[in-house]
Design a protein around this ligand. Sequence first.
Ligand SMILES: [Fe+2]
Length: 348
Amino acid sequence: MSLFSKTIANISLNEITASLPNPYPYRELLFLTIKNILGPLKLNRDIVSFLPKKTVLNNILRVEHRLGFLGDIMDTHGYPFHVDPSIQEFFLDTDLVIGNLEGIITHLPKPLFALSHTEKIIEALSRIQSPEQIALCVSNNHSSDFGHKAFQDSVNILSNNGLKIFGTKKSPSYMHTQRINIVGASMWSNKKNCSYITRFDETGQHLSKKPGCFNIFFPHWGYEIELWPRPEIIRLGYSLLDDWDMIFGHHSHVPQPITAVPKGHTNKLLAYSGGDLVTGIRFQKYRYGMIAKCTIGPIETSPESLAVGSVEWMFTHVEQCLSSKPNKRGQSGFMVKTTPSCRYFRSI
Ligand SMILES: [Fe+2]
């Protein structure tokens, strides 16, 4: 065997995987490739149940907050994205909308598999809610795609435009009106040892112990292109809800169930994934998401504590605008709309 072939033989699949911008061990990367070819995985079907699209989780004495939640805001490959009035209407009565920005704002050349946005993403998001009423998580597997400086520049651009940013090492959380503590963290990173985003295993440190404070965990977790959460993610969610008041997750690129978990005298909200709000990926499997909103107020049975009152959610779908090439006024690209059904959950 030549020295070259010996060297090649000694390179393990894990070493190859580690050299790619990818968060997974090689088996998981291979599995993701198969899911991309065959379509979203239906394993663990009905392992948990979707809440009705309009429901009441707890009886609250009054509404103190109305919070909205978005799926992943993905790279639109340079095309603008438009927001249908059905989305605007849904969030009209919210005082804060919370989402995950997958990738960063940068004009640097894009490495393989990296995600980036231009400043136009802020304008697009402002059609959902005013920038001051949007809280964006920047902790996800794509935060590290362009390195620390570019990440920090992106955070500065977003903050300077009024958006509330959380999920960084320096600012793991955003405190809304002194009562709602929102913490973002990523289970995954495309580059190992990314030190400038909130670490998933340290998020307990960022729980607010302030009496009467409502703690929301907004994790980038679970597995891509899977319609149902794996049992270990369900167990993790249930145990996190011993401390957190609700969880809204992201990363799967397809919507996953939004559920209720009884804990003591409270029904807690656990949404496994909001799917994709918007993406430039042309495969239909990447184009479904979920938006949700809930009211929060003092719970009848224990008025010193805040709890979720009503919950409302809808599936969303990204549609191609007629022309894929933007004209001078930017009137093309992608349109995100609410949709009464999702092709992957026909009975919901
Ligand atoms: Fe992700």
